[in-house]
Design a protein around this ligand. Structure first.
Ligand code: CA
Ligand code: CA
Ligand code: CA
Length: 104
């Protein structure tokens, strides 16, 4: 009895639904699942965590989605400066480090 195996070109262990073979056993470069939406990119798969950055300053507000297709206004961790805090913490630290001038 033959099974269907799917091409896993990028090696992320998720197969390409549009590229399958019928075989008795799994062969090199093929896998028994078909949930990779981008089989040319190892970092894009159904376990990919996307970080929300709606204002485009490369700092996420900490909201995430885990799915294959990139949602609108979401980015990979590697595309961002920070994955939480939305740069607010960084700005706050910078402000706190400023020398304080006593007035009055
Ligand atoms: Ca793949
Ligand atoms: Ca992939
Ligand atoms: Ca942001």
């Amino acid at each position: 009895m033959k099974n269907t195996y799917y091409r896993d070109a990028d090696g992320d262990s998720y197969g390409n639904p549009n590229d399958s073979v019928q075989a008795c056993s799994v062969s090199q470069g093929y896998i028994d699942n078909h949930t990779d939406c981008d089989d040319d990119n190892i970092v894009i798969n159904p376990d990919t965590v996307w970080y929300k950055d709606i204002d485009g300053d490369h700092c996420s507000d900490g909201n995430t989605l885990t799915q294959c297709i990139r949602p609108a206004d979401y980015y990979l961790a590697t595309e961002l400066i920070a994955v939480s805090g939305d740069c607010g913490m960084i700005m706050q630290i910078l402000i706190l480090r400023q020398p304080r001038f006593v007035t009055g």
